[in-house]
Design a protein around this ligand. Structure first.
Ligand code: SF4
Ligand code: SF4
Length: 433
């Protein structure tokens, strides 16, 4: 499809969706960015008004509009609280695509998305080298949390980061195509970049759990990114390439469900692949719809399809206090909140204690954290306070991106609280059986 035709379709969609907003301002109360900045331009209503102007005035100041549009976590809190059902995220994603299509992609982003992300083998090699050489630039700061900080002046700023894993998940395991066991079910496993390169233990926990429950697994070779980093910067070219690449890999073998342990990957495949599929041919659109309909979070699969239930045990005093952070992309985007809690409560070694504002955004927001770390960290500190006040020893969540942000906040504050994925907690209980 030509670029101009593509832009015209996106603009028409945008105009149709913008008229639904009645400017009531209900989104203001829940926007984490607005809570920090107090600027009307940062809340959904302000951005929607801006976009209305954008369409009418035909791009008088596209860069200014884009800069304001990028001051958003894409957390979906506004959509979830909107009485008119405005699809705010759909609008923002399409608006970013329009603006990037009009202005062109920044050369650095082009190099990252189109030169690296869409070429998984090359991306993997670069990250392997990065893992070997990162010790020159970062030094460990916290053994419990496994965080590092910059050795000298670095683009990391004050961040306490989780370094790249010494061995990535794709290096630990061979491609798989095992048959269904006792469960009679088989899943495709969509690993995602952060689990592959930073938290391979989460991938191992998923495989151990599937093996324990007799679930067959299809894990293709050279799996790729879901495309969200490219799409959130408006790069539909790289995004569409990644969608096609993943479809090619994951339609190679039949399976019942596509599972992920990354809330952002799940939400992207279920919501954003279909949203942006209009550029793709009819057959690919059908594949996208089919893949989206059978994609689910690993906790949802285990609880809703395998019937995992919480266990009641005696001797509560020996349990470790655990709290849970709801990733926006799981709860607000997909309505999945009970299943990860059930999974946590299926491990008799832990006691779930709810924190205040468990579903309030952690402030990560992918590239938002890179571009607006001051606001991101301010939002993250409120999450850290709620975690600390819960009295927990462990905080669990279902998104590796949230894990990065929460780890950074806890490490900077010197808290002795571990950060784990819900599937890691569950898999620990299987090791005891
Ligand atoms: S996006 Fe929804 S909540 Fe926000 S001003 Fe518009 S109608 Fe109201
Ligand atoms: S998606 Fe989140 S950060 Fe962006 S405007 Fe809505 S509530 Fe605010």
């Amino acid at each position: 499809m030509s670029d101009m035709k593509h832009l015209a379709i996106l603009i028409k969609d945008l105009e149709d969706q913008l008229v639904v907003c009645m400017r009531c301002g209900m989104c203001q109360a829940v926007c984490p960015v607005f809570a920090e900045t107090g600027r009307e331009a940062d809340v959904a209503r302000g951005k929607l008004a801006l976009l209305d102007g954008l369409v009418q005035e035909m791009f008088k100041d596209p860069k200014g509009v884009n800069d304001r549009l990028m001051r958003c976590l894409l957390c979906g809190s506004c959509s979830a609280n909107c009485p008119s059902g405005v699809k705010v995220l759909d609008i923002f994603i399409k608006a970013r695509a329009i603006l990037t299509g009009y202005m062109g992609l920044h050369p650095l982003k082009k190099a990252i998305f189109r030169g690296m992300l869409v070429r998984p083998e090359f991306f993997n090699s670069l990250m392997e080298w990065g893992s070997k050489l990162q010790g020159i630039f970062v030094k460990p700061v916290d053994d419990l949390l496994g965080t590092s900080c910059g050795r000298f002046f670095s683009p990391l700023g004050d961040r306490h980061i989780k370094a790249l894993a010494p061995v990535a998940f794709h290096q630990m395991v061979e491609p798989m195509n095992s048959r269904p066991g006792a469960s009679g079910l088989k899943v495709g496993f969509f690993v995602g970049c952060v689990i592959d390169k930073v938290f391979p233990g989460i991938g191992e926990a998923v495989l151990r759990t599937m093996d324990h429950h007799g679930v067959g697994v299809f894990l293709p070779e050279d799996f790729a990114c879901c495309g969200i980093p490219a799409l959130s910067s408006g790069d539909t070219v790289a995004f569409n390439k990644l969608v096609r690449y993943n479809l090619q890999r994951f339609t190679a073998q039949p399976f019942d469900f596509l599972i992920t342990a990354c809330a952002t990957c799940t939400s992207t495949i279920k919501k954003l692949w279909p949203l942006m599929a209009q550029d793709l041919d009819a057959e690919t659109q059908e594949q996208v719809a089919a893949m989206a309909s059978k994609t689910m979070d690993v906790s949802q699969f285990l609880v809703d399809k395998l019937g995992i239930r919480q266990v009641e045990t005696q001797g509560d005093e020996k349990k470790v206090n655990l709290t849970y952070h709801d990733p926006c992309h799981l709860k607000k985007s997909l309505g999945v909140a009970a299943q990860p809690r059930t999974l946590l409560q299926a491990n008799p070694g832990y006691r779930l204690v709810e924190m205040l504002e468990a579903d309030r955004c952690c402030g990560m927001g992918g590239s938002f954290n890179l571009q607006h770390y001051d606001i991101s960290a301010a939002i993250g500190k409120r999450k850290r306070e709620n975690i600390e006040q819960s009295g927990c020893e462990v905080v669990a969540t279902s998104c590796p991106a949230c894990m990065l942000q929460i780890t950074d906040m806890l490490s900077q504050a010197g808290d002795r609280i571990q950060v784990k994925h819900a599937i890691e907690i569950y898999a620990e209980s299987l090791a005891r059986k």
